[in-house]
Design a protein around this ligand. Sequence first.
Ligand SMILES: NC(=O)c1ccc[n+]([C@@H]2O[C@H](COP(=O)([O-])OP(=O)(O)OC[C@H]3O[C@@H](n4cnc5c(N)ncnc54)[C@H](O)[C@@H]3O)[C@@H](O)[C@H]2O)c1
Length: 344
Amino acid sequence: MKVLVTGTEGYIGCRLAPYLAARGHDVVGLDTGYYRDGWMYSEPARTPVLPKTLMKDLRSVTPRDFEGFDAVVHLAELSNDPLGENNPAVTYEINHRGSVLIASQAKAAGVRRFVYASSCSVYGLGSGEFLSEESPTNPQTAYAKCKVMVERDVAPLADENFCVAFLRNATAYGPSPRMRFDIVLNDLCARAWTTRKIAMTSDGTPWRPVVHVEDICQAILRCLEAPAPTVNGQIFNVGQTSENYRIKELADIVASVFPECEVSVGPSSSDNRSYRVSFDKIATRLPGFKCEWNARKGAEELRRLFERIEFSTETYEFRAFTRLKQLRFLQRTGQIDDHFLWKY
Ligand SMILES: NC(=O)c1ccc[n+]([C@@H]2O[C@H](COP(=O)([O-])OP(=O)(O)OC[C@H]3O[C@@H](n4cnc5c(N)ncnc54)[C@H](O)[C@@H]3O)[C@@H](O)[C@H]2O)c1
């Protein structure tokens, strides 16, 4: 398939493009390049060829950008809660209106399949029960509200010529050259390595499902390759039910992989997002899908990477590996305007 992936310069996209290429797909990227300064490591075996990438803001796409593509995987957004709260108006512009524009322009150009990276953060605040794709959403932030709105507004575009699948990803972890330390397991491991401390930012009680970045790539691949009627119009939570943890449990896993560390909890009110998610649907209804990772294996993999690349505090704190720091830097230094468009 000829696949256009938006967000190829991001954490997931940078892993997804070579993953799809290695399985015989022809991948082209689209990205505006907010995080272009950040490249944490190279691994030739994993990143054989970087895709040709159209440097463009997704808010200005037209059907011409999608001509000749069989499928679009849409990842490019302001991709987490703190970033969304930093400027909710721009978050709605990019994440909601921009994503609906991508889907409608792709459909107008004759693209036949569309995979959207949604998020389990749409569940927001649960009371401990397992939430499924049928459960009511309860988004707490501009970022999560946009995910719900995109699902609502893109679903009606699905028909026999335009197959649409929504993947509600759990919180990702694992290595990527475009690394992120604003996601819980990556952050706990990086702190453990650089400070010998595992300091939780919450009291450790919130539930959070986590999933390896490569398992997200696998889910996307399966959605691209599945018979259209099995995925068209469907929402899938992406992860596995056994990978729901309280933050404290994740900290304990990290402590066992980085045993020389001290564990401490944060204030009880600092993070009220908590949700526990059922991943039974993807395990039974997305042909061939099976997660290959778990949090412990992921923490061990990160430890091996940190050893190999002599991971340092300087790298951990580098702005381009923490989304909010990087966007604030681009704003402060006048490189992007009030709408987060490049000035030069
Ligand atoms: N990483 C996670 O834990 C996670 C979990 C659930 C869902 N998701 C979703 O998966 C998708 C990818 O996540 P990620 O972690 O790779 O994000 P990321 O922030 O690392 O990458 C997003 C990419 O999109 C690009 N982008 C942002 N705005 C753009 C615009 N206006 N025009 C063109 N490009 C633009 C950025 O430059 C960046 O390279 C996102 O939609 C995110 O919400 C991620």
